[in-house]
Design a protein around this ligand. Structure first.
Ligand SMILES: [Zn+2]
Length: 682
């Protein structure tokens, strides 16, 4: 799912907040405290004491955003009283105007991007380099600058103050829908940093992406303990995704365990950076990761260990992101911006959830089951155990035949969408209404769902359809994307205020997409009721969530460590990452696995190039599970409409309103308990 532009972008990237306490002077602002206080007192006198909180918040926010080029301190002192709106009716009228214009801007910018990228995304002939240039162009990239220049940003910041996550959490339950919409508008203009910092971060981020994207291992060049090669000669695997997936796919295969162990040894040397640089992205040498010896055509040769390059990338990201801190009134660390700002769940709350989950007794019981299935003790890489995935009993060929016949072209699929919704319990009228806002396009890649940002536009379902029709894999993905489109449609059209359109974060839209995807066979009339199927899926979910929480805990603790040691060298960071990985392992995994002191949780590439992104997956999987469970128990169609018309309030409040309880690991743990009982009895 893609979201672009203006409010949405400003929110996602720089959502921050301001509070009424005496904040320190923000870097870049010429406005000093006496000037701020004077302005506040003047406005309170004019508008009444009951507006003090709002006035304080607004004036301080404007002061923190004000720059020399916006005018003198005197200009600031004039601007606030001139633009402060004390009459609630006028305020609501202005809100409605801003809201209407936000939809116009976000909607059209989104449409421009969507249309410019048609040659890249749709199956419409070859791509010329000029298509790529247009596709990469962002028409909205200067809108923030424009809105400071014409002062719209300041008028919004002054009149629609920003609330911190703590305030949203505490006050949210008593807010009306209009209050929430005002608060969302207050999230838009909250910090203003010099463009060099964004430029610098973008360079650092691209460099670390490149470092990761080019980190391949030619596994056919690896020797096992006996000096044998185990993989095909030309097999090239990207860190960490392909290496991990290769471990997953070798369960139950001949020689599988040896291959898994060999990859794991290589991973350990990558984490410790003892890997020879000669082995990275090159097939010229052979390497024994057990002994860390390098060979050229069978003869042992000297090598240079990679050293610290991996951790230097992480450190560069830390420096580039922490450079924004002095410009942030409240979210003054990258950690707070990531959690309080973007995810809107505090880092400490996330950590508490993970800790509770990763300490649950069910994990030990699942590990026993895995040991039994494998017929051996567990090894560290069994964090990727893959044996719970239920397999379909219908052959792929048979499924391909069915979907190709049913969906020869995008039109046939589009025409069938309302029927699919009816089968899920929607009335024909509602199904038609929702599907009239969804258009199916032939995708170049595997497909995606791109939502509209204004109500007059349709959301796009991009799907891959071959010459002889849609194959099963394409169909399975298309149904997932359709789930996104349904969410996008309801959360744009049925949310009462435009500024509340959407969902709190990606976990919420993925939930519906997966709920749809899991029913793909039933939608073809092929459901085979297998009671075990569902229980196995729960254990698969549980084990996958445990793993991703482990790597997330390492990621989060590493960021805390960097903030505690801002001058650390890459070498010191490497030592710290390894110690943190071992600590997390020993605390949450050692007892379950029966082995101690493992570093494997430090292998994820996200940790290096996508700062603190990993916890989103773990939180997302809990959210998904809770939503899925709730949909199972209730009237599916009606619940979807009710939940997804709540819109983009904070995640915990959304969960309470939609499901009756906040985010919690308990539903998944309870389902796992039940699954274990059923499977043990089998
Ligand atoms: Zn998705």
């Amino acid at each position: 799912m893609k979201k672009t532009v203006f409010l949405i972008m400003a929110l996602a990237l720089f959502s921050t907040c301001n509070n009424t306490s005496d904040s320190e002077k923000i870097a870049g602002s010429p406005v000093d405290e006496p000037s701020i206080s004077k302005t506040i007192e003047l406005l309170v006198e004019k508008s009444g004491k009951d507006q003090r909180t709002r006035i304080e918040k607004g004036v301080r926010q404007v002061a923190s955003l004000w720059r020399q080029e916006d005018g003198s301190t005197g200009d600031f002192e004039l601007f606030c009283p001139e633009n402060y709106i004390s009459d609630p009716r006028e305020l609501e009228m202005v809100f409605e105007k801003v809201s209407r214009n936000s939809e116009i801007l976000a909607g059209h910018f989104n449409k421009i991007s969507l249309d410019l990228q048609v040659p890249l995304h749709l199956d419409v002939g070859s791509i010329h380099p000029i298509d790529q240039k247009f596709g990469a162009y962002n028409p909205a990239s200067h809108i923030d600058e424009d809105f400071y220049k014409n002062k719209i940003a300041f008028i919004i910041a002054l009149n629609f103050p920003n609330y911190s996550l703590e305030e949203k959490t505490r006050l949210g339950p008593s807010w009306s829908r209009l209050d929430w919409a005002y608060v969302r508008l207050g999230d838009v203009f909250t910090s203003r940093s010099p463009s060099e910092l964004s430029q610098k971060y973008s360079e650092v981020s691209i460099a670390s992406d490149m470092y990761i994207a080019e980190y391949n291992l030619y596994v056919g060049q690896l020797y096992d303990q006996q000096g044998n090669t185990l993989f095909p000669k030309e097999m090239k695997l990207l860190l960490h995704w392909n290496l991990r997936d290769e471990i997953k796919s070798n369960y139950g295969l001949e020689n599988g365990l040896e291959k898994q162990r060999l990859i794991h040894e290589a991973m350990k040397r990558i984490i410790s950076q003892e890997i020879p640089v000669e082995m990275i992205n090159s097939e010229e040498f052979e390497w024994n990761p057990y002994t860390n010896e390098l060979f050229k055509e069978g003869a042992r040769v000297e090598f240079i260990p990679e050293g610290n390059a991996r951790y230097q990338q992480l450190l560069n990201n830390f420096h580039a992101l922490s450079a924004f801190d002095p410009y942030e009134p409240v979210l003054n660390t990258a950690i707070k911006r990531n959690f309080d700002g973007q995810m809107e769940i505090s880092q400490s709350d996330v950590e508490k959830l993970f800790s509770e989950f990763a300490s649950s007794p069910q994990l030990k019981q699942v590990a026993d089951l895995i040991r039994q299935n494998l017929g051996r003790d567990m090894e560290a890489f069994d964090i990727w155990y893959d044996g719970f995935k239920p397999r379909s009993s219908i052959s792929v060929e048979k499924l391909n035949e069915i979907t190709r016949r049913k969906y020869p072209d995008p039109e046939a699929f589009e025409k069938d969408l309302p029927v699919i919704l009816c089968n899920l319990g929607f009335t024909r009228e509602r199904a038609d209404e929702i599907c009239s806002m969804i258009a199916v396009d032939p995708a170049r890649g595997s497909g995606h769902a791109w939502g509209a940002q204004m109500r007059s536009e349709k959301s796009r379902l991009r799907t891959r359809i071959g010459k002889d029709g849609m194959d099963y894999k394409g169909y399975n993905i298309a149904i997932h994307e359709f789930g996104h489109n349904v969410e996008q449609t309801i959360s744009l059209h049925d949310v009462d205020y435009y500024l509340l359109n959407g969902v709190p974060n990606t976990g919420f839209t993925e939930a519906l997409a997966f709920v749809f995807q899991k029913q793909d066979l039933a939608m073809l009339g092929l459901s085979q009721p297998d009671p075990l199927h569902e229980h196995l899926l729960v254990l698969d979910d549980l084990w996958g969530t445990y793993e991703i929480m482990g790597v997330s805990l390492v990621d989060m603790n590493v960021w805390k460590w960097m903030y505690e040691h801002p001058d650390a060298s890459a070498d010191e960071l490497k030592q710290a990452v390894m110690e943190i990985a071992v600590d997390v392992w020993n605390y949450y995994f050692a007892e379950v696995f029966g082995i101690r002191d493992q570093t494997i949780l430090a292998i994820y590439s996200h940790m290096i190039s996508s700062p603190m992104y990993l916890p989103n997956y773990a939180v997302g999987s809990l959210i998904q599970f809770q939503i899925e469970q709730s949909l199972k128990e209730k009237d599916f169609a009606r619940e979807i409409e009710r939940m997804y018309s709540i819109g983009r309030i904070i995640p915990q409040e959304w969960m309470k309103q939609a499901l009756g309880s906040g985010l919690s690991p308990d539903p998944m743990l309870a389902a796992a308990r039940e699954a274990l009982e059923v499977i043990r009895k089998k």
